[in-house]
Write a protein that binds this ligand. Structure first.
Ligand code: BTN
Length: 320
């Protein structure tokens, strides 16, 4: 795949016909190898013009091929290795499998569609083909276990930044792992851990982000509660560009958490969630808690000032 990546990047950077000999020279490969890579790009759905021994990309398929993402990527670790398949059961499941086999921190698993996309609390994540982002990031965090609850905040902040930079949608964050656009869910995160004793061996941060999905793509029950960039703005988005921006933001927040601890992430999250001082109800297996929200604590728990005093809620769903 390396040659396909490299030939794509050269053609993409040039944005016009490029003589084959120049590609051969730059990549130090033969004309036969260049033609083979071009043939593969065509098989992946690219329309490529190869006239008079010059090559140019005419049009591209709407796919999350790793080279399309890497073209925009400026990260050091996150997304430097990408495992991509058109259809997977769950990107989190494959990411855990790869992590067990020793995949590097930052390795990402991406799919166009998931047949068994996992949501929190054993729910399913609706994952139609070629519309949204389903991405799992393998992390080997140098963090105490108590800070692991902060990982979903990193992805929520990143998704929120991306939405802000591509649109003027009103975005809020909902504890613990949701991003809402104009009040409806546009993104959710599922973090799954592998522990060796008390140490986190690896964490999988699975992010579902609804990008180009339309209302007609969704089952009836989802239409009331879920949305996408496309639904909110009426425009289609370049998913590879969105994905690269998401990974860039994620790396920035992940580094901030590891270097500076949780306090800055906590303030950023609380500000974007604008949850402090609001009366909220949270449901979990212990019951329903109601109180005035005092923010999140150093371990990521929601602090609720209830009639019985301060409750720290570690898991549950905020009822809006
Ligand atoms: C939730 O809000 O319930 C969390 C949803 C997380 C969905 C993503 S999509 C990519 C990754 N793979 C999965 O199977 N789930 C997560």
């Amino acid at each position: 795949m390396k040659k396909v990546d490299e030939v794509f990047l050269i053609l993409q950077n040039k944005k016009g016909p490029l003589p084959i000999w120049e590609i051969c020279k730059e990549l130090e490969i033969s004309e036969k190898e260049v033609r083979k890579a071009v043939g593969r790009l065509k098989a992946y759905g690219y329309v490529i013009n190869s006239e008079k021994n010059s090559i140019s990309i005419v049009s591209k398929p709407d796919r999350l091929y790793p080279w399309e993402i890497k073209y925009h990527l400026t990260t050091e670790r996150i997304g430097r290795e990408i495992y991509y398949r058109a259809v997977l059961e769950s990107t989190n499941k494959i990411a855990a499998f790869l992590a067990k086999k020793g995949a590097k921190e930052g390795t990402c698993v991406l799919a166009e569609k998931q047949t068994k996309g996992r949501g929190r609390q054993k729910r399913r994540w609706f994952s139609p083909y070629g519309k949204n982002l389903y991405i799992s990031i393998i992390l080997r965090p140098d963090l105490p276990k108590s800070k692991i609850n902060y990982l979903p905040f990193l992805s929520c902040l990143s998704v929120s930044d991306v939405i802000k930079s591509f649109s003027d949608i009103h975005v809020t964050l909902k504890w613990p792992n949701d991003v809402l656009a104009n009040g409806k869910k546009i993104s959710g995160t599922l973090v799954e851990l592998s522990l060796s004793g008390k140490k986190v061996d690896f964490a999988i941060v699975g992010i579902g982000f609804n990008v180009n999905m339309e209302e007609d793509d969704m089952p009836e029950d989802l239409k009331k509660v879920a949305t996408s960039l496309r639904i909110e703005t009426g425009s289609n988005y370049d998913r590879a560009l969105i994905c690269a921006n998401l990974l860039i933001s994620f790396e920035k927040y992940y580094d901030l958490l590891q270097v500076k601890g949780s306090s800055e992430i906590r303030s950023l999250w609380e500000e974007k969630a604008s949850i402090r001082g609001k009366t909220v109800s949270v449901a979990n297996e212990k019951g329903v808690f109601e109180g005035v929200c005092e923010g999140i604590d150093e371990n990521g728990a929601l602090l609720l000032n209830t009639k019985k005093g301060i409750e720290r809620i570690y898991a549950g769903d905020v009822i809006l």
